[in-house]
Design a binder for this molecule. Structure first.
Ligand code: ZN
Length: 268
């Protein structure tokens, strides 16, 4: 009897696994995706509003205008890409929002549903609109490629035995929220797990290049931005990049190789 139970569990797990996979646009990689989109979005919208309440927004009108302008252009490009590739359904429920937080932290992120935050501390490194488009393209790529869901699914299995998100929120709200925040590269400390994997970082670079190009920014500018980021770091990586990211030089080389592909999308 036990033997059958074991087989049953294996088959059950395999079925769950294959029903819980999705495919990353552009790269075609298949990924674990346990948390339903609607649960992810409602958690995201809630955490985003809370974050904006707890943090001070920049009052610099010029900075705010530029972040919104570049953000909206990149978001439009993403929507265009998804529509052209019959993936528009994946962006269902997205409500794009761009806010800029007064903070020395060199950071930016995008939660599921298009909820973006840029920290003023990253602006001296982005410098230009195209530099900002590199960062926004990269962060939005993490969100639309469902990297947070993937990361969170892994953490939910490891730390909570794969229970449903709603149940986890009821039973262990602090831990669940912590997993969520860390899965999206928010917060200054490496908490329960590292934010994004090396593979996800490279994927976000790749997708981000295409999105920025479609938004009308020259993808070659990504090389300048990552050079500036490398020299600004002084050996210390900013929070979103605390993850297992490739070394600066490897990253820049990889981006260089992807530029010809992105140039095909460049909307001058
Ligand atoms: Zn990243």
């Amino acid at each position: 009897m036990l033997k059958y139970l074991k087989y049953f569990l294996i088959i059950f797990t395999v079925i769950i696994f294959f029903n819980s996979c999705s495919t990353v646009p552009i790269t075609g990689r298949s990924q674990l995706d346990l948390i339903p989109d609607n649960e992810m979005l409602s958690m995201s919208f809630q955490q985003y509003d809370q974050f904006l309440k707890d943090n001070k927004e920049s009052t610099n009108q010029q900075q705010t205008t530029i972040v919104k302008k570049v953000g909206e252009r990149v978001a439009k490009a993403v929507e265009q890409y998804f529509t052209q590739n019959n993936l528009a359904q994946q962006l269902q429920g997205y409500k794009w929002e761009f806010h800029i937080i007064d903070s020395k932290e060199v950071n930016a992120w995008c939660m599921p549903g298009g909820k973006v935050v840029v920290y003023t501390g990253i602006l001296p490194i982005t410098k230009t609109e195209a530099g900002l488009a590199v960062v926004l393209g990269h962060e939005i790529a993490h969100a639309v490629a469902k990297h947070g869901n993937e990361r969170m699914s892994q953490a939910m299995i490891a730390q909570l035995g794969g229970v449903a998100l709603s149940q986890a929120l009821k039973e262990k709200p602090a831990l669940t929220q912590n997993i969520f925040m860390t899965a999206f590269g928010i917060g200054t400390q490496v908490g329960v797990l590292l934010p994004f994997s090396r593979l996800q970082e490279s994927e976000a670079d790749h997708l981000g290049l295409i999105f920025m190009a479609m938004a009308g920014y020259n993808p070659n500018e990504a090389l300048d931005f990552w050079q500036r980021m490398a020299s600004a770091q002084n050996g210390q990586a900013p929070p979103e990049f605390l993850s297992d990211h490739p070394s600066d030089q490897t990253r820049i080389e990889k981006i260089k190789n992807e530029i010809p592909e992105a140039m095909k999308y460049y909307n001058k």
